[in-house]
Write a protein that binds this ligand. Structure first.
Ligand SMILES: [Fe+2]
Length: 266
């Protein structure tokens, strides 16, 4: 499995607090069957932009520490870039150094915010694409405004924008509303990538075993492809910097759910 979204680098954002914590997070990932993990620290959140060269050094140092402690996992550097006006100044051109992109590819993980207006985001995402970036939207299940305009979301996917969801959303870690939204997204086949979005070892961890079980159960129940495998295959394309062409549904489908299902979130 390839975890596309995590905060395993210590001392750069609200994620890991120490080297030991980072290593423990990596152990949790390895135990979950993760072979590759992207370190995606927050960038452009509250105006803070960590230096790309510093991030590269931190990722390399953590990889060395993991290797030395016999943790078998490959760390790839990326970033979780908040989308706002300043993003346009930060991501001016997808240059050869691939600064703030995922693992040296053209893909860049973009975080919307509660304040994001879909029509403004659409303009900015189009501009980023014209500049050579391939946007991946982080944890789209957190943004109800996107589900209010599903045709717009489908239009974005048609233009090559990919969508990532958090594994914890499937287990209900972020509450029943988020769980319901992630299921709707899953049923519509618009989730292309998965990430733990792991921040610590005591909460919001990189242990995604429970989510794996839930995804297998969902695949059986909904008779859909196993998202765990599909997401890993798509993430492998990112590592090769190859274009991912997901199927785009013809229309948005809202599944009616029974009273007990809505009540208990099953
Ligand atoms: Fe994150």
């Amino acid at each position: 499995m390839i975890d596309i979204h995590s905060h395993i680098l210590y001392g750069v954002d609200d994620g890991s607090e120490s080297r030991e914590m980072s290593l423990e997070m990596l152990r949790m990932s390895e135990a979950s069957g993760v072979t590759d993990i992207f370190a995606t620290p927050h960038v452009n959140r509250k105006g803070l932009v960590p230096d790309w060269t510093d991030l590269q050094a931190k990722a390399a140092e953590l990889q060395r520490a993991a290797d030395e402690t016999d943790i078998h996992i490959a760390i790839h550097l990326g970033a979780e870039v908040e989308l706002n006006g300043a993003t346009m100044d930060l991501l001016k051109e997808c240059k050869d150094d691939r600064a703030y992109c995922l693992g040296g590819s053209h893909y860049v993980l973009i975080e919307l915010t509660d304040r994001t207006r879909p029509n403004i985001a659409e303009n900015m995402l189009s501009t980023l694409q014209l500049r050579g970036y391939w946007p991946v939207l982080a944890h789209i299940e957190r943004f109800p405004q996107l589900l209010e305009e599903p045709d717009r979301l489908l239009g974005w996917i048609e233009k090559g924008i990919l969508c990532q969801c958090n594994t914890g959303s499937f287990t209900g870690y972020f509450g029943p509303k988020v769980k319901e939204r992630v299921r709707t997204l899953y049923q519509n086949g618009v989730i292309h990538l998965l990430g733990s979005d792991g921040h610590r070892t005591a909460f919001r961890t990189t242990d995604i075993r429970e989510a794996h079980e839930e995804l297998e159960r969902l695949a059986r129940k909904e008779k859909r492809d196993d998202l765990w495998q599909t997401a890993t295959a798509n993430a492998a394309l990112i590592l090769k910097d190859r274009v991912c062409y997901p199927d785009v549904p013809d229309h948005w489908h809202v599944k009616k759910r029974g009273f007990f299902s809505r009540l208990f979130g099953h």
